[in-house]
Design a protein around this ligand. Structure first.
Ligand code: SF4
Ligand code: SF4
Length: 430
């Protein structure tokens, strides 16, 4: 530790460096803006007219970078949840609550709200705005507009922004969407106006869970004991802390690793031509990045790599379409024109991002093409759509059950999906 400190002193030897300390604030704010702009822009990125990420409610599908994942494909959803869980665990083990301080939308919204109150010369006392009435009205109006923007941005992950905005302007927005939009906006407005950091401090379950994952090697901010004698007790670190923490008292679970106290201390100490006293360290005993080479991090990292590989393989190798069939029970085993007539429910799911024209063939176990009544040619299915329709399959009257095979053929004559069904003899059902 002493060696680490002397190194820091040597690297901060010039007066010029002390006058201009390296502050993390601009980097944190740039990262927050990057996150905000990315979140707002994602719904507008639509190569070939298809959103890169959007939940399409009518087709119960998730559009994800050119893939159409039907929500009923539970194994993919399960894998996705496992990948998210392992990534969350690994990030927390390595970086602690860095997400909360640098990337969480709640923190960013609160930062914007607090920035505005400072510009308007308002004070926040017991989480309430205090100051001139006109400034308070301006602040509340800004909070309301910001809440509407954020709510619209959330809706855009379900309905394309262009469609949502034109329906909103023309008054044709579905009542359910309108109510959802208003409710989300109301919740966000109340958050900005009344709750802000209270959510992070008292209610956020994510922060609580993260805290339990922090271990001896996790990135934390601290004022090392060896530096405490240089502290001039200016309280800058405490005044700047959004979570009302006194970092001089050691690590506290409410700390969101934002680094404001580090910046404040560096700025104060730079005036004395000394380096700041507060540091990001891996573990409270400052073991350096090498501390991350431990079995816990390695195991979670390996688990995450395996899960990402499995999810990638499952998504890439999944068929372009799915075909499911089931016999309509009340009609099973009827005889029509000397042949056994069996009515089937058929579901065809187009998993691509473009409309497809399919053809449906049914062949017997011996490979003979069977006669079908119903639409089997030029079946047009929209991207992500799971269409259900009925067809009647005619087979010779057998004394024993027989298996028939359904083949879904695309416009380039490739079989893209198949299904089998067992037809029982007509006598069994009459
Ligand atoms: S103690 Fe420092 S890093 Fe932690 S929340 Fe307060 S200002 Fe941010
Ligand atoms: S900002 Fe630095 S010098 Fe001032 S009280 Fe905090 S730790 Fe001490």
């Amino acid at each position: 530790m002493a060696a680490a400190c002397s190194h820091r002193h040597s690297t901060m030897s010039s007066t010029q460096q002390h006058k201009r300390p390296l502050l993390l604030g601009p980097w944190r704010r740039a990262f927050q803006w990057l996150t905000v702009v990315t979140i707002i822009l994602i719904p507008w990125i639509q190569p070939n007219g298809v959103s890169i990420i959007r939940v399409d409610i009518p087709s119960l599908s998730l559009l994800f970078f050119g893939q159409v994942l039907r929500i009923p494909e539970l194994y993919l959803l399960l894998l996705f949840i496992l990948v998210s869980g392992a990534a969350f665990l690994l990030i927390t083990l390595v970086f602690g609550r860095l997400w909360c301080g640098w990337a969480c939308p709640q923190t960013t919204l609160t930062d914007i709200a607090e920035w505005l109150t400072r510009r308007l010369k308002l004070k926040i006392v017991s989480n309430r705005l205090q100051g001139a009435l006109i400034q308070k009205i301006i602040a509340q109006t800004f909070f309301a507009l910001l809440a509407l923007l954020v709510s619209a941005n959330i809706i855009w992950y379900f309905i394309e922004p262009q469609r949502f905005l034109s329906a909103l302007v023309s008054g044709n927005l579905h009542i359910g969407v309108l109510v959802t939009f208003c409710l989300i906006a109301l919740v966000i407005y109340l958050d900005l106006a009344l709750v802000r950091r209270l959510l992070c401090r008292e209610f956020c379950p994510y922060g609580r869970i993260q805290t339990s994952f922090v271990d001896a090697a996790t990135l934390t901010l601290q004022l090392p004991d060896s530096e405490k004698k240089r502290c001039i007790k200016c309280n800058s670190c405490v005044r700047t802390c959004p979570m009302d923490i006194d970092i001089r008292n050691g690590y506290q679970i409410e700390c969101i690793n934002c680094g404001r106290c580090l910046d404040a201390c560096r700025a104060v100490m730079a005036k004395r031509n000394e380096p700041g006293l507060i540091y990001y360290t891996f573990g409270v005993d400052n073991r350096g990045p090498g501390a991350l080479l431990n079995p816990r991090v390695a195991m979670v990292g390996l688990l995450l790599a395996i899960l990402i590989s499995a999810l990638s393989y499952a998504v890439i190798s999944r068929a372009e379409a799915s075909l499911n069939v089931s016999i309509v029970p009340v009609t099973a085993g009827r005889v029509l024109d000397g042949q056994q007539a069996t009515l089937f429910n058929v579901w065809v799911n187009n998993r691509t991002t473009s409309s497809q024209l399919y053809q449906l063939n049914v062949v017997s176990a011996a490979g003979e093409t069977l006669e079908i009544r119903g639409q089997t040619q030029e079946i047009s299915i929209n991207p992500g759509e799971n269409r259900q329709f009925r067809i009647m399959v005619l087979t010779p009257v057998h004394q024993q059950s027989t298996v028939v095979e359904f083949q879904l053929i695309d416009s380039s004559q490739r079989q893209v999906a198949g299904a089998r069904a067992r037809i029982t003899p007509a006598a069994d059902n009459n």
